[in-house]
Design a protein. Sequence first.
Length: 244
Amino acid sequence: MSSRRGVRAAEAIVAMAVQLGEDVIVFPHHRDELRMMRSVRFGGREAGGMGLTRNGRMVMLGALTFGLLAPVPLARVAAQEATPMAECPVTTPEENKALVTQWFDALGSGNAEGVAALAADDIVYHDASPQEPEQTGGAGDWANSREADYPDLTVTVDRLIAEGDLVASAEHYTGTQEGDTEDQQGVPSTGVKVEWLSMANFRFECGKIAEIWTVADDLGRLERLGVITPDELQDAAPVATPAS
């Protein structure tokens, strides 16, 4: 009788679990309990001692021991809820302008970590030259290379215009060219203090700088550094603009 009571109790719990949308595993310990538990159905299918997955959950109902339903401290198996996606903050045009100002302030003060913190990990740099490929990531490394080239670099933001997730900037740089990085690119260290202009477009995503398009007066900078002379420019052969 105690075994039958245990089975009836298990049947009641199984029925309740099914109504709640739970799946079950029943561990009977006696052959007659196993025979009787095979008559318990889950959603129209025979259990056979094992429940079917329903709503991704599984309830462990324990064991039938000595004809009584005795709970057994078995681990509950459950599918974890899907990890919620990280929030994506939406910044206003004015906030984006402030972030661009912070970007140039960090760059001009040699704060590579501050530059990297404002950029997305997969930030994309679009070079003005169509021959140059896009570059991804490495905002902190880029800021470090600028500091190595111009240890006393300062950046003055002259104009900012923002619309939606875009900010357009016009700025001028001032610094003494020491050429740690540029020397490796064929531009020797000159020790000359120089000023040059630049313009950039920034696109923001989730409160970070996701893309940058830049154009700078690199030719004028190299002329003022004395790396390129007027005579060399006069003798330079014209190069056709590549078709887009």
